[in-house]
Unconditional design. Structure first.
Length: 149
């Protein structure tokens, strides 16, 4: 399994947002999409698209106008890697055959593994849910601090 580029970029963007809005001790702080683009090295249109997607997913809040900007929708400790991936990719699943109404697999009638995919998918999601945004963002902060030392 490999994340799409957009899911990967979403994680990078959320880490940058957390550093600006949730980890520096300034609750409710805001950051601009332009600042996120500059920090991450992602093109501004990509960051804007991600902000929109992550806002729809309930992870970011975006306010226009003077005093506006982007902020985390909830504390970084309450946002998991699973939340970020699902906001971009949809439900975490290794196979599509477990989705309701999907009957496009030629092996469906005789598949002995299909009943177990739900457990596999739930285990994968649970593992990703254990990784919190605070951990991801702090790891990057520590790496930057080491480079500056």
């Amino acid at each position: 399994m490999r994340l799409s580029s957009m899911a990967d970029y979403a994680v990078v963007t959320m880490c940058a947002a957390a550093r600006h809005c949730g980890l520096m001790g300034v609750l409710g702080a805001r950051v601009s999409a332009n600042d996120l683009a500059q920090e991450t090295g992602l093109p501004l249109p990509t960051v804007q698209k991600l902000v929109s997607t992550l806002s729809k997913g309930g992870l970011l809040k975006s306010t226009r106008g003077a005093g506006g900007g982007i902020q985390l929708a909830r504390p970084a400790a309450a946002i998991s890697l699973a939340d970020i991936v699902e906001a971009v990719e949809g439900p975490i699943a290794l196979t599509a055959c477990v989705e309701d109404g999907r009957h496009d697999c030629a092996l469906e009638k005789n598949c002995s593994v299909r009943p177990h995919w739900g457990l596999v998918n739930a285990t994968l999601r649970s593992a990703l849910d254990e990784v919190k945004l605070t951990q991801l963002a702090r790891t990057q902060i520590q790496e930057v601090a080491q480079e500056l030392s």
